[in-house]
Design a protein around this ligand. Structure first.
Ligand code: SF4
Length: 279
């Protein structure tokens, strides 16, 4: 059943975790989302496109294009606000922009890493990996409307995969020597909550736990004979595949910040999938 599936990513693993049926529809059957017709969905789509564009602006800035020039491209209210927050984030995750550019030996933007995982490749596209002072800091820019709780972020597959994969596949960024988990930190920076980044350090125990879990889940997917629908109906509230599953046509009301954030992520056909297609 999974013969056509060659790579796994934080998004596909998160979908598998949240609902195996969604994982099957999205990554095995490659089923396009049904037409988006409701107003909140259109609004979500616009927000998601602005989010992608914001990533592009930051990338341009980090590869050396002057801020004044990049700022001219911030041409919507959201983009202007996010860009100003980014530029004014003097303590952006502990470093000023200047320190980021001058003290750290390597800034790798929009970099893809991959490593074998069972019969798959595990693939991740990073917004920024900043290397220097014997540390590697993974930055991820988020344009969520609400600031999710650290507890929620901590258990997301993104937080686990990005750190584990940097240990596993990042040696070429460190003079040929693998990073130790203790050298790695992951930082989510929220464009609408610029003074409230979420930071996650890493340890050898966490890395072992994460990599063991990744191997287990890849074996499980390889051997799966079916991909059942989730029993947790809250996962269906915002799922774009509701109409395929007889789980309602209309989107539900977001009961809490985390659920709304999950719904934003579901609309996020992000750059990462380009990496998945390439492998
Ligand atoms: S609607 Fe519910 S059961 Fe169907 S794919 Fe989405 S989350 Fe899974």
């Amino acid at each position: 059943m999974t013969e056509s599936l060659r790579s796994l990513s934080q998004s596909s693993l998160q979908d598998y975790n949240d609902c195996q049926r969604r994982f099957e529809l999205r990554y095995i059957q490659h089923l396009a989302y049904p037409a988006i017709e409701s107003e909140p969905a259109l609004e979500n789509e616009k927000h998601q496109q602005e989010g992608e564009y914001f990533h592009l602006l930051v990338q341009q800035h980090l590869i050396g294009i002057p801020a004044e020039q990049v700022s001219k491209l911030a041409n919507t209210d959201n983009l202007q606000r996010w860009w100003e927050n980014y530029i004014n984030a003097k303590d952006l995750t502990g470093f000023t922009h200047r320190a980021l550019r001058e003290n750290l030996s390597g800034l790798y933007t929009e970099i893809t890493l991959s490593a074998p995982l069972g019969k798959f490749r595990l693939v991740a596209k990073y917004d920024l990996i900043a290397i220097g002072n014997d540390k590697a800091i993974i930055f991820d820019w988020k344009t969520y409307r609400k600031r999710p709780k650290n507890e929620w972020l901590h258990i997301r597959w993104q937080t686990r995969v990005y750190r584990a994969l940097l240990v596993q596949a990042g040696a070429h960024l460190n003079g040929g020597k693998s990073f130790t988990p203790e050298q790695i930190e992951m930082v989510y920076w929220f464009a609408d909550f610029p003074t409230e980044p979420a930071k996650f350090i890493y340890t050898a125990d966490q890395y072992k736990r994460d990599w063991d879990a990744l191997i287990k889940i890849s074996d499980e997917i390889t051997n799966a004979s079916s991909f059942p629908k989730t029993d947790d109906l809250s996962k269906c509230s915002y799922c774009p595949y509701r109409s395929y599953c007889d789980r309602g046509i209309r989107a539900g009301d977001a009961a809490d910040a985390e659920l709304e954030t999950e719904s934003e992520e579901l609309f996020d056909i992000n750059f990462e999938q380009i990496g998945e297609i390439a492998f």
